[in-house]
Design a protein around this ligand. Structure first.
Ligand code: GRG
Length: 296
């Protein structure tokens, strides 16, 4: 195992334990809701967004026990988005992270409530968790960043654009706008929240944000290639889903080879954005490599 893989395993275990500790017990009433929340969060995601929090924080001296808090917050928002995205009113998927989706394992009403409760818990954790010992102004900036990334000018807005694009063609620019919001906003917030836990100044935050913009697009382009080329068993979710839903994707607009080239360009631009930082950015560069090389 490489040092990068070892660090990933260590931090994934940290993020899982931090989520486990902050989610309500499955036995606490209303037990079915709490059990379903745990089902949707403690189910083997890659924890990429948590990794970005840890990597963004460590280069500015933030300790891991503090970074657990924003790592949990972004993974809770991410888990909520997946639960709602899988609902029949949206992508209508049966499989997520290799298991039945929330509305399949439970029911639709429970899945809606699970999403609502996970989103709310994310903000409760970021607001009040005592492990995050930062100045109140820093905490407010973190809350503001996560709220902006999650709402109608961020992820929810991107999802609205995605749903409106079903059955239509799209230009590259339209795709980019949609994915910067739908996928990119939370990836950007993840890096920012990590850096805000540490001592990053505004110039560094700007450079990191540029890195994260390119990374978010690279992630989505690779997601589109994998959706075309991989299989359901490897992905843990239905492959070919975008084509089945008749959605415009990077592969439908650029072709598979064109999409691969675009991902490599975004990867290079992400690394360029880090070039002006004086800190050791190896962990962020390795995460960018992972995003374009990943097979799942
Ligand atoms: C419903 C408000 C709302 C938003 C949904 C993020 C999103 C918006 C939908 C997810 C649908 C999707 C498959 C998007 C492509 C990119 C993406 C977010 C993939 C899933 O992220 P991974 O691969 O998932 O990091 P894991 O399971 O590893 O955490």
């Amino acid at each position: 195992m490489t040092a990068f893989q070892e660090r990933w395993q260590h931090r994934r275990a940290r993020a899982d334990a931090a989520l486990d500790a902050r989610l309500p017990a499955a036995t606490e009433p209303p037990a079915r809701l709490h059990e379903a929340m745990r089902y949707c969060c403690l189910n083997g995601g890659k924890r990429l967004r948590a990794m970005l929090v840890y990597a963004g924080g460590e280069i500015f001296g933030a300790p891991e026990h503090m970074l657990d808090v924003p790592a949990c917050a972004v993974e809770l928002v991410h888990a909520y988005s997946l639960v709602h995205d899988d609902l029949p009113a949206m992508d209508d998927d049966d499989l997520r992270r290799g298991r039945p989706t929330c509305h399949r394992a439970y029911d639709e009403a429970t899945a809606i409530l699970v999403g609502d409760a996970l989103l709310t818990l994310a903000f409760a954790v970021l607001t009040a968790d005592p492990a995050l010992n930062v100045a109140p102004e820093r905490r407010l900036r973190m809350l503001d960043s996560l709220a902006a990334a999650s709402g109608s000018r961020g992820m929810v807005g991107g999802q609205a654009r995605d749903l409106a694009a079903v059955g239509r063609s799209a230009t590259l620019e339209e795709l980019q706008t949609m994915h910067l919001a739908k996928t990119g906003a939370l990836i950007r917030a993840s890096v920012t929240l990590g850096a805000l836990t540490g001592e990053a100044d505004d110039a560094a935050l700007l450079a990191l944000d540029q890195y994260a913009c390119h990374l978010g697009l690279a992630f989505q382009i690779v997601d589109d290639v994998l959706d075309e080329e991989s299989d359901t068993g490897t992905l843990g979710k239905r492959s070919g889903a975008d084509r089945a839903l008749n959605k415009p994707t990077y592969t439908s607009v650029l072709g598979v080879e064109g999409a691969r080239t675009a991902a490599r360009e975004r990867h290079a631009a992400a690394l360029d954005a880090l070039a002006g930082l004086t800190q050791d950015t190896a962990a962020l560069r390795e995460l960018a490599d992972f995003v374009v090389e990943r097979k799942f």
